[in-house]
Design a protein around this ligand. Sequence first.
Ligand SMILES: [Zn+2]
Length: 310
Amino acid sequence: MIVKKLDPILREVDEAIKRCLKAEVDSIGRIQAGDWGENEFEYYARLIDSDEIRIFHHIRIAYRGFAFQIDCLILTPHFAIIIEIKNLKGVLTISNEQLIQNVDGRQSRVPNPIAQVKTQSFHFMRWLEEHGIESYPIINLVVSTNRRAIFEFVEPCEEARQMYVHADNFPLKFRMLEIQNPANLTQSNLNELSKTILASHKPKYNNTLEKYGLTEDDFVFELKCQACGFHLMTYKKGAWHCDRCGETCKDCHVQLIRDYLLILGRGISLKECRQLFGIQSRNILRNLLRKMNLKLVGNRKSARYFLSKK
Ligand SMILES: [Zn+2]
C-alpha cells in the first residue's frame, strides 16, 4: 500500500479520493484473493488452500529502503513457505551450488534458485524479527512448473533435494511438512501478520497516476490558508500571508511541494514552482526549495527538484 502517496492525494480532490481508495482497495483485494498471475502454480496452490493458511502471490515487501519480491509466500500456523517458481524445460542438472539447464544438447547455467530463495528468506526473517515474530520456521522451496522438466541431482545436493519440487508434487510435500512441524502461530497471529504484510506490500508501479487511472488535471495544487481556507497567500519578507484573514506562516509551502512531487512523480522545475506560488524571484524560489533538502537533477533550464530518498 502506498500510504505515503495516498496521504497527499487524500488532501487534494474529493473525486480523486474515491477513485484512489477504490483502486487501492481493489489492489489489496486482488492480493488477498491471490493474484494468481500466469504461472501454473496457481492450480497447485489452490489444492492446499484452506481457511487455516494465507497465500500471497508476487508479494513485494518494503524493508529498510528497498523491497524484496517473493513469487509465492504461504503462511500457515506451522511455518512460512517461500517459493521461487521456475518454468524451465529440459533436463535440469541440480546441485546445491548451481543449476544447469540442458535443452536439445545445449547447456546453459541458470541463476541459482536456491541462492535466490535463500536471499528472500533471509530478508523475510529479518523483517519478521523487526515485527516481533521470532522462531517461526521458514521453509524455502523451488517449485518447477514445467511438466516435462527432469531433475537430475549431482553432489553436493542434499539441500537441493529438500528444496526442489515439481509443482504436481507440491501438495504432497506441503502435507508432509505440516506433519513434521508443530503449529506455533494462532489464527489471530496469522491475521495480524497478514495485515502487516499487506501494509508493507509495495507494488512495482513507477507512475502513481497511471496506477489510479488519474491525470494531472484531476488535481488542484493551491496554497491554502490553514486558518480560513482561502487560497490566495502571498510571500512577503520570508513568510506567507493570507490575503483574507491575515494569517501568516513560514513553511506552509513545504506540504504543497511534497504533495506535488509525490503525486506527479516527475519532479518540479523552477518555472512550475513559480506558477504554483506566484513568486517571480528565482532566488526566493531556489531558497525555498533548497531548504527542503530536495535532490536536484539536471542543470539550468532542465533542472528539476525531486524528493530525496530517505
Ligand atoms: Zn486565511
